[in-house]
Write a protein that binds this ligand. Sequence first.
Ligand code: GUN
Ligand code: FE
Length: 457
Amino acid sequence: MMTWNKFLSVEDVQISKDLSSGVCSSSMMETVLFVGPVVHTKKEGMIEILDEAAVLIKDGKIMSVGEASSSLDVKADKIIHLQDGQLLIPGFIDCHIHAVQLPNLGIGYDRCLMEWLEKYTFPLERKYSDVEFANRVYDTVVEQTLNAGTTTACYFASLYGKSSVILAEKASKYGQRAFIGKVNMNAPRDDGYCETTEESLQATTEFINDISNIDNPLIKPVVTPRFALSCDMDLMKGLAKLAEDKNLLIQTHVSENLAEIEICKKMYPECSTYVSVYEEAGLLTKKTVLAHGVHLEDSELEILKNRKTSIIHCPTSNTCLRSGLCDVKRLKSKGINVGLGTDVAGGHSVSILDVMRSALQVSTHLAFFKKGYEPLNYIDVFYLATLGGAKALAIEDQVGSFEPGKQFDALIIDTNKPNGPLNNLSEWTIEEQLQRFIYSGDDRNISQVFVAGHQVK
Ligand code: GUN
Ligand code: FE
């Protein structure tokens, strides 16, 4: 045991690689004390800044968080002293990402949603019947998202259950916290990228079992009807029941694009709104995440609030696919919880940092047209990327902030990285360092990434 007058710097720490899993671990799961600046949000609209904190980790869990000066007698096996310009923040949470779509990143933004799906997306997703292709792509997806600081991801995989399990295995191998969804679609299609209701429910049940056989508490299945346009009411009801029986998260899309909403209303004339289709199916729970929600009506927001269902804001995608400007301030004012999603490859980047910036810009653009409208600020998007996302995925008791009893999912941000985008020409407070990172940093400034205490970058 060391007391923390024998500091190790971040660069000195020897990380051993557990070859069987590929996950880096700091030898056995010992006690580790991080000493240095900490920034996190425990509550919406507020950041807590500890200029010189001591965060004690044991078995991947946070034991205590305090001012370093009052923690002088804390004992630990290893002490990691952050260097000048470094700060510790919670890991980023990507609440909506299509792992399968990574190969299409950056192309196809000449089309809006419905055409984009047909021309670019479904042809790509069909390739995942080939497990070798899945293997290659999913390695890259998990490596790239971890590199960008995504400690928790909520993934859409493909229609193919066995191939989708590979994504779960990759997240497990690299040590990411992940929710994985086998996509469900039973609306008939000429290209065969669809299933019958029975096949879809059967394959989803098998998929859930396969994920539980991976036996990693970080990896969970998520029930995934693609959207109301690709599922009928029977399938959605069956999936809702499955989620209820097994107490699982549900993810789907809602009200992303005006043409999509028109089709939804035609397909379900008995339901007055898009949200009421999901309500009728029983899909709206406090463990449901709905991506986009760009064009929701007030009556829909009322339902979502009552159901405690979250909206996942995907501003990069909403701009790339020309879906619209989602008003997060309006959602929040109606009592809706919001998380962030890259929506790769509707969104052009795997980085939640890019999404945070996009959320700021979209909100500012909205303010140009609304008198007295106060746009989101960097503290708001920092919350959305961390604790807001954790709440959406119903894991706020485990991650999203640094509090005793939570898992240590964290990023060491280094604003002094040589060759990084942040210069070092002036002196800044810790809060200003965070602000600079959010507006102008990139993954070069994310020097280390931890999930449940394991170093994964
Ligand atoms: N709606 C249904 N499927 C999709 C998809 O793959 N991406 C996006 N952005 N919206 C969808
Ligand atoms: Fe999506």
